[in-house]
Design a protein around this ligand. Structure first.
Ligand SMILES: Cc1cc2nc3c(=O)[nH]c(=O)nc-3n(C[C@H](O)[C@H](O)[C@H](O)COP(=O)(O)OP(=O)(O)OC[C@H]3O[C@@H](n4cnc5c(N)ncnc54)[C@H](O)[C@@H]3O)c2cc1C
Length: 464
């Protein structure tokens, strides 16, 4: 069955794919996004530290550094327009010995300067004043005031929603299986056998972007999977900034960061693995997180955790983001290998992809009228006072129903979680999951896999 004929189709509904879709939606184009999972934000974009990095530590003169530089200028307006929960808390990379201090002075201060990012050396006293829980071993540290935390779920969803409100189409739960060359572009064949003709394709398929490139015979890069495990706690920790260690050669190291919707995140690990889909947590991984974070915040390893989870980074064989037309066919533009800073870099990546599409021959004419702001979920007059469904986060039935009827209706518990914050609290859904399932049923918005991640849980016992 032919679904449609499009100017551009984006493959992948993570923060990168949706940022590109939003940017495309400002032009007179027929556009769509294809995502193999039943909702947006099911890949790396849902399982990260939620930090908006400045790029102070990005290798200079890389595509990644350029995307981060562009993004720094865009974020302040974007958080307003897309209503993204965002806290400009800043970060501090702490030195606990002279060797750390030397690395900061010789590597990170000059690196930040070269990338145009403001930093400042802080004394031990200044760090302790802002972060009383910090280790007594701290001898000073590098403050990066431009770093912030945000809600990655809202960022991804709002990018997608704005694009949909501007006329973009979404195909969810139906991945691209094959790509055939066509006179004017490509024929994308989806999992259920349906197909879409399109003039241009943007490859934003995360860890599978090398696989998508291979479908047109492009072997120019390979993506390796690197898992990061996290621990989430709601215990009070007396810190007001993101606390960073001096990074290792492989990763930014294990940090302790406040979370925008409450609690603190500890982690992540950096474990190379063959399986691109393995997001399991392990005893050893969690132990490693707790041991390392305990060096930053003593006692944190004893705190009760409300959740442990993992995300998988897309590590590219080229060592940098791959944002360029395919060498095999320039009608495919890659947004691939977006490893550790894709959330932060997403607005800049989107700009760069659009420029690449234009260079590849796409005609861009701005629409006369487009929406640039996500409308309010509740109107000003409507104070939401209804029945509370999620007790931990005080989320009402009205809020959940409004999300279910939103521009991209959720069809799973996770989808409702990422739109409303329900189930994110201390009980992690023990009390509210059955009610949310009933609401999804009532609104006839339930998917084949509504309980993704909750199968065999007693919370959902007796339900299919
Ligand atoms: C542990 C960890 C910590 C991180 N911390 C931060 C941080 O603090 N700040 C920051 O800026 N970044 C961070 N990142 C990086 C950031 O999360 C990623 O760079 C970003 O989410 C990548 O987005 P994406 O859209 O490219 O990939 P994804 O979110 O993985 O999206 C790719 C999508 O493509 C879909 N897909 C794959 N194959 C197909 C197909 N055949 N057809 C259709 N769809 C397909 C997938 O289902 C997926 O939804 C972190 C990452 C990890 C793993």
């Amino acid at each position: 069955m032919e679904l449609d004929t499009k100017d551009v189709v984006v493959i992948g509904g993570g923060v990168v794919g949706t940022a590109i879709l939003r940017q495309l939606s400002f032009y007179n184009l027929d556009i769509a996004l294809v995502e193999k999972e039943p909702d947006l934000c099911e890949g790396a974009s849902k399982a990260n530290s939620g930090i908006i990095h400045t790029g102070f530590d990005a290798p200079p003169n890389t595509v990644e550094a350029e995307c981060l530089e562009r993004s720094r200028k865009i974020w302040p307006q974007l958080v307003e327009e897309l209503k993204i929960p965002f806290i400009p808390c800043g970060a501090v990379m702490i030195a606990t010995n002279e060797e750390d201090k030397e690395i900061i002075e010789q590597k990170y201060i000059p690196n930040a300067k070269e990338n145009g990012v403001e930093t400042e050396w802080l004394s031990e006293e200044a760090i302790k004043e802002m972060n009383p829980a910090i280790t007594d071993k701290v001898i000073g540290g590098l403050s990066i005031p431009g770093e912030a935390i945000c809600d990655p779920f809202t960022a991804t969803r709002s990018y997608g929603e704005l694009a949909v409100l501007n006329g973009a189409e979404l195909y969810l739960g139906n991945g691209v299986e094959q790509i055939e060359k066509h006179a004017e572009g490509f024929k994308l064949i989806l999992e259920d056998g349906s197909f879409i003709f399109t003039k241009y394709v943007v490859n934003a398929a995360g860890v599978y972007s090398d696989h998508i490139a291979r479908l047109i015979g492009d072997n120019s890069f390979t993506i390796m999977a690197r898992k990061g495990q996290f621990v989430l706690t709601e215990e009070p920790i007396e810190i007001s900034q993101v606390i960073l260690p001096v990074p290792t050669a492989k990763s930014k190291g294990k940090l302790v960061a406040p979370v925008v919707f409450g609690g603190f995140l500890l982690g992540p690990t950096a474990e190379d693995q063959d399986d691109k889909d393995d997001r399991s947590t392990t005893e050893e991984g969690i132990e490693e997180v707790l041991t390392e974070c305990n060096k930053l915040i003593p006692g944190v390893s004893e705190y009760e955790s409300i959740r442990q989870f993992a995300g998988v980074r897309a590590v590219c064989s080229t060592g940098d983001f791959v944002i360029r037309p395919s060498e095999v066919d320039q009608h495919m533009v890659h947004a691939a290998g977006i490893r550790s800073t894709g959330l932060s870099a997403s607005p800049g990546i989107a700009e760069m992809v659009i420029e690449n599409l234009e260079t590849a021959g796409l005609t861009l004419v701005e629409k006369n009228t487009t929406m640039t702001e996500i409308p309010n979920l509740f109107s000003d007059e409507e104070e939401e006072t209804g029945e509370i469904v999620c007790l931990c986060r005080s989320i009402t039935r009205g809020e959940i129903e409004r999300a279910i009827e939103g521009p991209i209706p959720p069809t799973t518990i996770d989808g409702v979680k990422r739109r409303t914050g329900a189930t994110l609290g201390e009980c992690q859904g023990n009390c509210c999951v059955p009610k949310i399932l009933d609401l999804l049923n009532e609104h006839e918005k339930i998917s084949d896999e509504p309980l993704k991640g909750l199968q065999q849980s007693y919370v959902t016992a007796g339900r299919n």
